[in-house]
Design a protein around this ligand. Structure first.
Ligand SMILES: [Zn+2]
Length: 478
């Protein structure tokens, strides 16, 4: 048996921090990056005698996420206490939803190399975040700013079969929570964190193997590497006659390996019980209807609209809508140009890579990019110059029209100006001309290169090529 005879069976638990300005059970701010312990109060610090008060906005956010993920919304859900001691958890329990979560069922359709795959969601529950430990050489500090920050945990069925599928799912999920404004989905700020449950089995088997959990992985890349490394470890162990132990393992980003952290706790260890301080969470059909009607346009809807309005291909529309920031940027820029197709090609070839995993800032203003698309679309500059100008604009956002004028970059569209240069090209490159005449079409590139060099890249390439062909034909009428 070899590795190829096995498959991995993966389920994800994704923690998504809600974008509400206030915490789940008190009025403290949720803003990221404040000085330690400045966003706390007696409630989130669990002082004796304090009582939690549910922030209804968090419930609405969870419902919005549930609707976008095709879940059933529970009319009644409840909070439970998950009991454990840790220095970053002043209450010594986490308020979560163990027995009656707010959403059940649902799914995400993801595009993979093997076509569309449906990843089912088991449930979504609301819970509060814990604080953060900051470790120093001989001591550790506790920052409670994050205590009580609202999260939803999205738990999938074990439907994922590879690292690539896991990433495709996470990307789509992140896009959905961003489109719906449920979360900013920033992995580098911990707004989106992922636990991976993985077991292996021989292909064709239907029973599950013993699963191992890897906790708190905070980048797409690490998720894929952790899955790959853990898959290999489990297969090797089984092939050597060993057994997989149910445990929590840690993925080391430096070595790319996983190592045992602790034996996996079972639910019973946490002594879950309903929180007596919090009542039932009621979501009525009126509330669902209101949230449904205020749902923003999601990627699939935008995709259809772009295809229609701007005559784009499936592929172009798909890429423009894969990221909300990119899609928003396109919508702002397209208002600034009469050449949407040119704009799309500028965005997809040169700008889309700049919208990285956690990048939210547009690299230049939509007005600037729209003006550049007009310069290209109106043949004022050629694509060669366009690329150079864009590079300048990305370093220093400015008016591209003025920049092109000041630097004399306008395209030469006048055949009278081009004619002597074309003639010179034919005269000075007899070998390339001969090659072209003998059917070696790449020789045209050398001749065009000569013209571009003589015009500092400003010649209208289509006009210049036509003129070149005419000049060669005149020289050799055969
Ligand atoms: Zn508080």
């Amino acid at each position: 048996m070899s590795v190829t005879d096995y498959e991995s069976v993966i389920g994800l638990e994704v923690h998504v921090e809600l974008k509400t300005p206030q915490k789940l059970f008190c009025g403290c701010s949720t803003t990221f990056g404040a000085p330690p312990n400045t966003q706390v109060c007696p409630v989130c610090l669990a002082m004796p005698g304090t009582l939690p008060l549910l922030n209804r906005e968090c419930v609405e956010f969870a419902v919005r996420a549930g609707l976008a993920l095709h879940c059933d919304i529970a009319p009644f859900s409840r909070f439970d206490r998950k009991n454990y001691f840790y220095p970053d958890l002043p209450k010594a329990y986490q308020v979560t939803q163990n027995f009656a979560p707010i959403c059940t069922g649902g799914y995400v359709d993801v595009a993979t190399e093997d076509g569309m795959r449906r990843i089912r969601i088991n449930h979504i529950h609301l819970e509060e975040d814990a604080g953060k430990l900051i470790h120093h050489e001989d001591h550790s500090l506790v920052d409670c700013n994050r205590c009580g920050v609202p999260l939803i945990e999205i738990v999938t069925e074990p439907d994922i079969r590879s690292g690539e599928e896991a990433i495709a799912f996470l990307r789509k999920l992140r896009a959905i929570v961003r489109y719906t404004d449920v979360s900013d989905g920033k992995m580098n700020e911990g707004s989106l964190r992922c636990d991976v449950n993985l077991s292996v089995r021989k292909k064709g088997e239907t029973l599950f193997g013993q699963r191992v959990e890897m906790k708190n992985i905070n980048s797409f890349n690490f998720v894929a590497r952790a899955i790959e490394s853990e898959f290999k470890r489990q297969v090797t162990l089984i092939e050597e006659g060993g057994t997989i132990v149910q445990e929590t393992r840690r993925f080391d980003e430096k070595t790319g390996q996983t190592s045992a952290l602790r034996k996996k706790e079972s639910a019973a260890d946490y002594r879950y019980f309903p929180d007596p301080d919090l009542g039932e969470v009621v979501v009525d059909s009126e509330m669902i209807a209101r949230i449904q009607s205020s749902m923003p346009r999601l990627s699939d809807e935008r995709k259809a609209m772009y295809k229609d309005a701007y005559d784009l291909s499936d592929y172009e529309a798909e890429r423009l809508t894969a990221d909300k920031d990119l899609s928003d940027f396109f919508e702002a820029a397209v208002k600034e140009t009469a050449h949407p197709k040119t704009l799309v090609s500028l965005i997809l070839t040169d700008l889309s890579p700049l919208f990285g995993e956690d990048e939210t800032e547009a690299p230049l203003s939509p007005e600037t990019l729209g003006a550049l698309a007009d310069l290209l679309g109106n043949d004022v500059i050629n694509s060669n110059t366009g690329r150079k100008v864009l590079k300048v604009l990305l370093e220093n956002d400015q008016d591209p029209v003025a920049y092109v004028e000041d630097n004399h970059l306008t395209q030469i569209n006048d055949s009278k100006v081009l004619q002597p240069i074309v003639d010179d090209a034919v005269r000075s490159n007899p070998r390339a001309v001969n090659d072209y005449l003998r059917g070696r079409t790449p020789a045209m590139r050398a001749l065009m290169g000569y013209i571009m060099k003589k015009t500092q890249g400003r010649a209208n390439p289509i006009l210049a090529e036509d003129m070149l062909k005419a000049a060669i034909a005149e020289k050799d009428p055969s």
